[in-house]
Design a protein. Structure first.
Lengths: 206, 206
DNA sequence: AGTCTGAATGATCAACAAATGGTTCAATAT
DNA sequence: ATATTGAACCATTTGTTGATCATTCAGACT
């Protein structure tokens, strides 16, 4: 399990995280990471096929923590509507604080979304797993009306709360104002979930 | 009413629109606009206090048309929920087509949102006037539950549909996919509007 | 007086040169 | 054979210098 290869991969990743968090992605060079690990730059390519791959691995690691928090929340106690609200509130707070405290994370996020467009989609899909759990709990408890396709509804919840994902990119609102807005939007959405939804046939089905 | 000053202002604005639409904002110089009007660059400043002011006037003019379409839609026939859906669908289509057809408009929009941050807010507020009209019609007809503060609810509708305002900035979705998503979100929101909303007290009131 | 110009100013931009840094790979070490 | 290096390659970035352009304003024109 703990073979040398994964060990070295780990070491490289740690060195990269250290530097990237301190100096940023662009300012961190492969040569520096290599020096920190006592190897040559070329050798890194036996463990990661590119610099952006290191960033992706780093982001995956960070997201593991978030996913665990989300899993705990989805599985934990409380009514489904409360959990749904808390879920989105937590997501907003997490990104708000991350972007607020160190801009280095933002830089990595931007580079990743440019170079690895599918990565963000994966994360969204993962998040939906937990949203669907909450939705299903709500249906079972009678708080939400039954629905054909919980995953689609989860996607709609994500769409409707998009503004609160990258708060400081859209608006220069303060956290309290964002909280009030998100609560307002959640009021509407949760009310919507409590009622059987008349599904619209697409204007232009594809 | 038609004094010379406003005439000249109009002439400058038209010349600017012509050039900006053709060559873009950055590539259009004050000297060129002045030449088109048969005057010196310095003289423009007797009519507009800066280049960005010209762009703002231009955007105001464009938005007048949009506002008229919105007013017509809000006042026109149809049930409130249908109109609410059509309203947001129209907004999405308008920006999608604008950004798709000529990137020049996007450039002006970007410069404006940087240099005149309050301008976009004004537009949003104007749009809300029409949203409130639709909401009030819906309440009168019984399609929407009564609400304390229609303007706040209109704001929430705007927040929840933010993703569909600048479609190509967020996602690389095609128009049909965006339509389906927006319809899904509207299904949720309209269902929410049909039910009396339990208003949440802010987690951290400010 | 009120209008307008064109030169002066300073900030931003473009273009080109130099250096940097991601990536590859033939040679070397183990 | 496998692991590692370091020089070489080329794309991107950085630094520098010379325009260009928005903006101002002292004076000219009416």
């Amino acid at each position: 399990m703990t073979d040398k290869t994964t060990d070295t991969r780990q070491q490289i990743l740690e060195a990269a995280v250290e530097r990237i968090m301190h100096y940023g992605y662009a300012k961190t060079t492969m040569a520096e990471i290599a020096r920190d690990c006592g190897m040559s730059a070329g050798n890194i390519y036996r463990f990661f096929s590119s610099k952006i791959d290191i960033a992706e691995a780093m982001a995956r690691k960070l997201n593991t923590e978030i996913n665990q928090k989300n899993a705990a929340l989805a599985r934990g106690p409380g009514s489904a509507p409360d959990k749904m609200r808390a879920f989105h509130m937590q997501a907003m707070h997490t990104t708000f604080n991350k972007l607020d405290s160190d801009a280095k994370v933002l830089e990595v996020a931007e580079v990743l979304s440019n170079e690895r467009p599918t990565f963000a989609n994966e994360e969204m899909a993962q998040e939906r797993v937990y949203l669907v759990q909450i939705l299903e709990q709500g249906i079972a408890e009678g708080a939400f009306a039954p629905m054909d396709n919980p995953n689609f509804v989860a996607e709609m919840m994500q769409s409707a709360t998009m503004k609160f994902r990258y708060p400081q990119l859209w608006s220069r609102l303060t956290l309290p104002k964002l909280e009030r807005e998100l609560n307002g939007v959640m009021d509407l959405l949760l009310a919507g979930l409590s009622v059987p939804i008349r599904v619209t046939e697409s204007v232009s089905a594809e």
